[in-house]
Design a protein around this ligand. Sequence first.
Ligand code: C2E
Ligand code: CA
Ligand code: CA
Length: 674
Amino acid sequence: MIDVALCIGREHDPWLVLLAVFVCCVGAFAVVQMLGLARETHGVQRLGWLFLTAVGAGATIWCTHFVAMLAYRAGVPVTLDPVLTIVSLIVAVVGTGAGFWIAVWRPGMLWSLLGGAIVGVAISTMHFTGMAAYRIDGLVEWRAGYVAVSELAASFFAALALGALQWPRLARHRMAAATGLLVVAIAALHFVAMTALKITPLTLSEAPLDTRQMQALGLATALVGLVVIAAGVAAAAIDRSTRSDVQRRLHHMATNDALTGLPNRAALIDELTRQIEIARTSGAHLGVVAVNVDRFQEINDAHGHKAGDAVLATLAQRMRGQMRRHELVARFGGDEFVAVIRYDLPQQLTGFAERIEAALVAPVTIGSLNARIAASIGVAAYPQDAGDAQTLTNNAHLAMHRAKTAGVSGPCFYDAPIDEAIRERRELAADLRRAIEENGLEIQYQVQAHADSREVSGYEALVRWTHAERGPVSPEMFVPLAEEYGLIPALGEWVMRRACSDAMTWEQPWKVAVNVSPAQLGHAGLPALFHQIMLETGLPPRRLEIELTETAIMTNRDQALHVLRQIKALGVGVALDDFGTGYSSLETLRAFPFDKIKLDRLFVAELDSPQAIAIIRAVLALGKSLSIPILAEGIETERQLLVMRREGCDEVQGFLFGQPQAQPAAVARKRKSA
Ligand code: C2E
Ligand code: CA
Ligand code: CA
């Protein structure tokens, strides 16, 4: 190497050498950038980048060599063969192109090293072709040892350069390492190969190029080379920035809600997961606030979806305006938002929830729409309420649902016992829905009899549900559940259809009594449905009786009475159930001509109490005066039967006459004989 250093000092123009080194460094940098892009792209893009990389590498090597040759003081006249000079450029472009292609062709270190070695061969081939174009008036001698060393060094360092690009341990320094190694490969080849050259001058033949001419030519060459290289770098920069723009846009679309511009559910869960990781080590607290706009559907229905969208966008903007450091709000979908805060003191969380609420309740004016928004808000906190993002947001939602159903103003904080019970109810409701859809329910029938003759007058249909895990669930539990979760229409229709078709199989034309819920009476289509079911099953209307409680009538009196009149007009009987427990108002009895009053079993159970007897007598007297027959429920003993008969009850029902059972006994006999 000392030899080489000496040779550079003695035999070269230092300025041109510096220029050559500069071209080499800039070029190597450009080549590594472009090669990186060739590796990242595919198909035509990759081919394009390989081409540009090869042109850049060719220009770099060729210019470095050429400028360095111009820097070389041969001490004899020199001419250049134009054809071979051009050939040397082509060799550089094609040779390095081949090497780069192999390096990116397949992933893996071996391919990179092989490709790099070929690039090294291209560098040496270019050099020696270039030297062949360099015509000297003198005896030229090549020292084989140096030639070999120069070629080996070029291939070795070029292989290392491309290998470095693949080496994971270099991480962020890959590009710099590769650039450096490529510079070393080119420079080593050139200067070691020049050391291999030994010139013995002969007589002058042509005028040698003078130093100034040399420098001008060197500058021009370097300039052209640098322009080519700069074009490559510019192309790479444009490509990288467009690609990162596209990526940013795609990322934004994937993580943001198009309507409000807020982060979406996935983005929030990601961020919350990250925040939990941080909080786990720092001991900070996190609050999750779930928000649901109340009666948003009404805005949509009354003013159209465009107005609804505008309201959501306005609310989103207001909430975003409330966010401070370590706070974030996202749209969870529909009219639901979730906000997150990192806090130290509990009052910060309360303040956060209140700020969000204040942002929501301010009136919204959009065009002709002037709405006062109300929202239900639920809050859950890390670490006390949950340890992961999903459970934390679920719990905030549970609290929010409680706020909604309870109609409370202000945020509801997650309360494990209460909210878990609600969750359980919700799951049970989902199971019930499935049971209704999949015919998983059953009906049992309980006999109703004439008080005097004990003759069967009819059967009451009582729905049964056996849950796969919990076993039998009482209708006193799941009927209210069905009301709460809007399952009553489906449940009622199923019971009615099944009861009517069962009754058609009975031996005698007994009546079938079907319980009807308050929620069912709210549907104007109920009489039509009953009519259709009776047509389908062939059950005559006089064999059907519906049972309903006063509550059913009180909920929406006018609507209920309207529906009841239509049902009665079909010829269906209407019985007032559980009389004596609810309002027991004379007004109800006056407003509608019931076909039967069912005295609640509570009174029969308390026959020893004088008050109970007094009420029974009053109800019976009432019935008599309105000509409505009375049925006493819950008769369990002969004594109870005796008393009720003595007091003047028309019909009776209770365990004394029979437990609810799958089908009336008469049918069982009929089936057996069949
Ligand atoms: P309900 O209409 O008052 O039905 C009578 C309830 O009293 C039945 O309970 C029945 O098993 C019970 N029972 C009958 N005789 C006696 C007795 O001698 N002693 C005692 N202690 N109890 C007796 P179940 O089947 O558990 O039904 C409870 C309530 O569920 C029903 O009260 C009714 O309000 C509702 N329900 C039942 N089936 C349906 C239905 O298909 N639709 C609707 N909407 N509600 C139903
Ligand atoms: Ca009943
Ligand atoms: Ca009853």
